[in-house]
Structure formats: structure tokens, C-alpha cells
Design a protein around this ligand. Structure first.
Ligand code: HH2
Length: 273
């Protein structure tokens, strides 16, 4: 089981073993480069590495099970051998199962049990499970997202899926929830979810956010290149940290970890005065 750090959010380093991810696509397709990057992220202060073999960026095409496994398994095996805590970012139970049998500690499911067998696997392997909200699917999700009350709907959905997971035998203490920033959401929806993140924190489940380099930041900061969105990512992560989130998924581990530690110091100082 992956133990959450005490007193600060866990830093989850992103490792996309894909040709087409929106930020690091194509950079870590070779296993040795991927492993090297994972180890560098651990040195920079990551608590866990999130390995993905299928891009979920808007418009992305699905990948077959065999191809996803071909991409991620060598990396998963090498990291397991070096005792690096790993989460597998997949929506397919076949991929989750192969990685769990190699010892990964978490399944990061952006479809929140779109494949229901994933819950049974997480129960059997006693691993952590991150349930993320998405409206629609990556191919179409940004065409016309609609909500009457995005915070209420996302909270309700995640609680419902957490219930499905616990009914399948997953330990409640191992379930994380994630509002799915940028997944079937307009700018206003992302901002509502982030500014009212306390609603998700109040459920009692550890909340993970993934804002790193995402396109809504491009809209806020008037930048086109994902690499130019670091400052915006750090600012929003810091605010969410002060509101009680327990995990941050990031491409920029070193900067995120320094920012996290700075916020911890500030929050300690404010609780002592
Ligand atoms: N975002 C992405 C992928 N997986 N998982 C969780 N739990 N939360 C997120 O916000 C999240 C996620 C998208 O980012 P990235 O992996 O960098 O891009 P791509 O999907 O293009 O590979």
C-alpha cells in the first residue's frame, strides 16, 4: 500500500511512455530514458511515479491493450526492481492486472471504473485506487461540456464511484478522488472546481489534482507552449495545498516539491501564531 506523506501532499511525478502526450509525448518512449527520468524525479522529491502508456489529451485515439503493455511493462518491471513506488495510469483492467502482478502500488483510473473489473483487482491486490472524473471520453470531451452545478455533480459522481469501489472490496482508506481538471470541462468549470476544492476535501477521501501544464493555464496566462505554464501550475497547486488536498500530479517534480515544502513551512508558522 502506498502511504501518504504526513503533513504535506504527495508529489506524483508524471511519466508518459507515449508518442503523443500533450507535454512529454515521445520523450520517454525508449524504456531506458523512461527509467532514467523516473529515477531523476524520485531524486527531485517525488513520492510516487505515475506511468502511463496511453495519452488522454483531448482528441487522443485509444490504444490497444497489447500496445499499452508493450510500452509500460518494461518500465514498470525496472522500477519495481528498484523499489520505486509506482502508480499505473490506465483505464484497462488487463493493463492494471499485469502491472499489479509486478508490484505497482496504485491504479490511476481516469475513467473511475469505466472497466468495473479494475475495482475487484484493486481489492485483491490491496492497492490504492485513484478515481478521476471525466465527462465523455478523450476523443470528444472538449466539444461541448455541460454542467448545471459542476462542483456538486463532480462530487456526487466521485462519491458514487467510491461506493462502487468499496462494494467491490476496496478499502476506503486506499481510495483517492480527483476532479479531472481539463477532462470534459471548460475554463469556468476548471476554475469552479479548483476554487471550491474544499467541497471534495470535505468528503474525507484524499484529493489529488492534476493541473500541471494544462491548457486552461494557457488560457489564463496567454501562453501556447505547455512548458511555459509552470508558474501558473505552482500557484494553483499551492492554493489547493492550503485547502487540504493530499496529492499533486506534476511534470515538474523539483519545482513542485520546493513549492510544497515552502507552503508547509508557511502553514506551520501560521498554526503556531
Ligand atoms: N491528467 C492527465 C493524465 N492522467 N490522472 C489523474 N488522476 N489526474 C489528472 O489530472 C490526469 C491524469 C493528462 O496529463 P498527461 O498525462 O500529462 O497527458 P496525456 O494524457 O496527454 O498523456
Amino acid at each position: 500500500m502506498f502511504e501518504l506523506p504526513v503533513g504535506r501532499p504527495a508529489v506524483m511525478g508524471v511519466l508518459n511512455v507515449t508518442p503523443d502526450s500533450f507535454s512529454d509525448g515521445g520523450r520517454y518512449l525508449k524504456s531506458d530514458l523512461a527509467i532514467e527520468h523516473a529515477l531523476a524525479m524520485m531524486d527531485d522529491g517525488a513520492d510516487i511515479v505515475d506511468v502511463g502508456g496511453e495519452s488522454t489529451r483531448p482528441g487522443a485515439s485509444p490504444v490497444e491493450v497489447d500496445e499499452e503493455l508493450r510500452r509500460v511493462l518494461p518500465v514498470i518491471k525496472a522500477l519495481a526492481g528498484r523499489r520505486v513506488p509506482v502508480s499505473i495510469d490506465t483505464s484497462k483492467s488487463e493493463v492494471a492486472e499485469a502491472c499489479l502482478s509486478e508490484g505497482v502500488q496504485m491504479v490511476n483510473d481516469v475513467t473511475a471504473l469505466g472497466d468495473p473489473r479494475t475495482a475487484e483487482l484493486c481489492a485483491r491486490y490491496k492497492c490504492s485506487l485513484c478515481l478521476m472524473h471525466m465527462q465523455g471520453n478523450p476523443r470528444t470531451m472538449q466539444s461541448a461540456p455541460h454542467y448545471d452545478d459542476v462542483v456538486q455533480e463532480v462530487t456526487h459522481y466521485l462519491l458514487q464511484q467510491a461506493e462502487v469501489a468499496t462494494s467491490a472490496g476496496v478499502d476506503r482508506r486506499r481510495i483517492w478522488i480527483d476532479p479531472g481538471i481539463g477532462f470534459g470541462k471548460k475554463l469556468e468549470h476548471n476554475l469552479a472546481l479548483l476554487s471550491q476544492i474544499g467541497a471534495l476535501v470535505a468528503t474525507g477521501f484524499p484529493v489529488l489534482i492534476g493541473v500541471s501544464r494544462k491548457s486552461f493555464l494557457g488560457k489564463l496566462l496567454h501562453t501556447t507552449a505547455p512548458e511555459e505554464r509552470l508558474e501558473g501550475s505552482l500557484a494553483i497547486q499551492a492554493l489547493a495545498q492550503s485547502n487540504g488536498i493530499r496529492g499533486i500530479r506534476t511534470h515538474d517534480v523539483k519545482a513542485t516539491r520546493l513549492a510544497v515544502d515552502a507552503v508547509v513551512t508557511l502553514m506551520r508558522a501560521s498554526s503556531e501564531t
